[in-house]
Design a protein around this ligand. Structure first.
Ligand SMILES: *Cc1c(COP(=O)(O)O)cnc(C)c1O
Length: 363
């Protein structure tokens, strides 16, 4: 079997490790940009009541039309633009690649950014080109990016706005210059839109190659797996052709439509996260040796003292707090850790654990 695996599986897939999600049982989970707040009991009860009407023996509405209407209303989407739903925005990234991929076609993004742009490009047989961000503040190196676009002629460009894992939001003028220079589609990925006041949603239509992608994951519905792509209908009609039938299941359609009716609850939670983000940032700056970077997302990137990221990560975990260790993920992320903004109590536990661990004599 070994032999057959070696001959059959594409070498670029053989070289990969499967996407690893570390076990988090019993830990304060600040590693995955989840909203830490649950729903009030009365709301939960009403949600469960709406699920009674869901028919599990039937296939879902293929386009999720009721959910589309709920999304358009709740998220104030431009009426003249098309809308396409995905099983998480990850699936939309995959659909975009399947629509565009041809031998020699390239995906471009900035580095470090969301790893699925590169991974899914590779799955679809596209080459990935990453332009390093500026080391100082993770802003876009505009001359280098424009040069690379000119040279590589990417069919797809992804910009996470704000960016993951760095948390900063790129200069809007830089993004515009990239949209205008790109020969192909530019997807502005607004996964963190609940945590910033800036968006390209209102600019859709100004350029024929601009699409905006969002998800309900970071606003508090990560378990549902629902992403959406907004842009000119002519583009979305093509991308819709590679969508697997019934990609958004009945429970997700019903639950998301329900949750969006109570978007005020989610808004209150994301607002609390923004307030807590400022407190957490402040507290992190007061820990000797830590350097937090400003964030417009629901997480903060922190640079640890040189050579200590692995030990800090392990020490926090021993004290019951799980964060993300990015040391080794990219040269610009040397000594970097990423912490999701939790509840006030969770953040206090994080800060206490940081203090305890960092005070230990190194080594
Ligand atoms: C989390 C994240 C996503 C993935 O969202 P899902 O809808 O959960 O698949 C997409 N883009 C960025 C930049 C993210 O950080």
């Amino acid at each position: 079997m070994r032999n057959l695996i070696e001959t059959l599986v594409r070498p670029e897939i053989r070289a990969l490790n499967a996407y690893h999600v570390p076990p988090a049982a019993g830990l304060i989970k600040l590693d995955a940009m989840e909203n830490p707040y649950g729903w009030p009991d009365a709301l939960k009860a009403e949600w469960l009541e709406t699920l009674r009407a869901v028919e599990l023996n039937r296939y879902p509405d293929p386009q999720g039309l009721a959910l589309q209407t709920a999304l358009r209303e709740a998220m104030d989407l431009p009426a003249e633009m098309g809308l396409l739903l995905g099983n998480g925005s990850d699936e939309l990234i995959q659909m975009l690649a399947l629509t565009i991929a041809q031998p020699g076609r390239k995906i471009l993004s900035v580095d470090p950014s969301f790893v699925m742009y590169r991974m899914i490009g590779l799955f679809a047989g596209m080459e990935y080109v990453g332009v390093p961000l500026l080391a100082e503040d993770f802003s876009i190196d505009l001359p280098a990016t424009l040069d690379t676009i000119e040279r590589e002629q990417p069919a797809l460009v992804y910009l996470a706005y704000p960016n993951n894992p760095t948390g900063n939001r790129f200069d809007a003028d830089d993004v515009v210059r990239i949209i205008e220079a790109a020969p192909g589609l530019v997807i502005v990925d607004e996964a963190y839109s609940p945590f910033t006041d800036c968006s390209f949603m209102g600019l859709l239509g100004d350029w024929e190659n601009l699409l905006v992608m969002r998800t309900v994951s970071k606003m508090g519905l990560a378990g549902l797996r629902l992403g959406y792509l907004v842009g000119p209908s002519a583009w979305l009609a093509e991308i819709d052709k590679v969508r697997l039938p019934y990609n958004v299941n009945v429970l997700t359609q019903a639950s998301a439509a329900f949750a969006l009716r109570y978007k005020a609850v989610l808004d209150e939670q994301t607002h609390a996260i923004r307030v807590e983000r400022a407190h957490l940032f402040e507290a992190l700056t007061h820990i000797e040796g830590l350097h937090p970077y400003p964030s417009e997302a629901n997480f903060i990137l922190v640079r640890a003292p040189e050579g200590r990221a692995d030990a800090l990560f392990a020490g926090l975990k021993e004290r019951g707090v799980l964060i993300k260790n990015l040391h080794g993920a990219h040269p610009l992320l040397r000594d970097c850790l990423r912490v999701t903004v939790g509840t006030p109590e969770e953040n206090a536990a994080l800060i206490k654990a940081f203090r305890d661990v960092i005070d230990l004599p190194s080594r």
